[in-house]
Design a protein around this ligand. Structure first.
Ligand code: ZN
Length: 273
């Protein structure tokens, strides 16, 4: 099956994930697939490898439960052939294809990049597998009303998805920014930054204000300086954003990245005197 999706990054990990030594999942025809089942991983972070290890090692299953796993940055991991009858919705397994979004959505929210990737993936699959007409949450399958999975509202997900389908393609091609939270000395700030090519970009003025730094705008050179230090900033709708590490250095702060909560943690470090 062709899994090149415009505007999305798909990593084929089918051959590299841990599998059971002897047990194998059953197979089906593509036309047996009637629905996509949405799951959350119920873990704050994770990876297809970790889920596969758990499903095989702890549960004793033939392989990873899901056909696709979508990371917080929107990368789609292709884990099983669609023809694989893997275990994720009990008696409905034969007719369902499993899509898992990494995160525990009882306490977290899917990132915009994840939702965008899910929409693109489902749309792509529905072209390749026309019998896959429905998109359901795990909880909506018979016998699973008790299960809080995927722990985001499916009604809204489906209506956003149908609006997404109606949007012209050129309007959808802009990759969404992944927001990152910011904390200073342990308390969460009300402003957020975003990820740009794997680097956290933070709002210069808002962070400098709470951390107590001097911000200058050099109009002649269109430059932003913090405590006299020049930053490699990006202007987004009138506000300057700078790489977390640069801004932290200019403010005399230490910086840490928390992958589980997508948070840039700033703190007053030891100041040499
Ligand atoms: Zn589930």
């Amino acid at each position: 099956m062709n899994m090149t999706i415009s505007g999305a990054r798909v990593m084929d990990v089918r051959a590299s994930l841990p599998r059971h030594k002897t047990l194998r999942y059953g197979r089906r025809k593509l036309t047996d697939i009637r629905s996509a089942a949405m799951h959350h991983s119920a873990t704050k972070s994770g990876s297809p490898e970790a889920f596969a290890r758990y499903h095989v090692g702890t549960n004793g299953w033939p392989g990873i439960a899901y056909h696709f796993v979508i990371q917080k940055d929107g990368v789609i991991y292709w884990c099983n052939d669609p023809e694989t009858i893997s275990y994720h919705v009990g008696n409905s397994n034969r007719h369902a294809l499993g899509i898992c979004l990494v995160g525990d959505f009882r306490t977290q929210k899917p990132t915009p990049a994840q939702l965008e990737a899910a929409n693109r993936l489902i749309q792509h699959l529905q072209v390749q597998i026309p019998t896959m007409k429905q998109v359901l949450g795990h909880q909506e399958y018979p016998g699973y009303a008790w299960k809080n999975c995927p722990a985001f509202p499916m009604g809204k997900f489906r209506s956003d998805y149908s609006q997404y389908l109606q949007k012209p393609v050129e309007k959808r091609d802009k990759p969404q920014q992944v927001p990152v939270a910011i904390s200073l000395n342990g308390s969460l700030l009300s402003v957020t930054g975003f990820l740009k090519d794997g680097v956290s970009m933070l709002p210069v003025r808002a962070v400098a204000n709470v951390a107590g730094g001097k911000v200058e705008w050099i109009a002649a050179t269109q430059d932003v300086r913090v405590n006299g230090k020049d930053l490699d900033e990006t202007i987004v709708s009138g506000s300057a954003y700078a790489p977390a590490r640069e801004l932290a250095t200019a403010l005399g702060l230490q910086v840490e990245w928390d992958q589980a909560s997508y948070t840039v943690k700033l703190s007053k470090g030891c100041v040499a005197t």
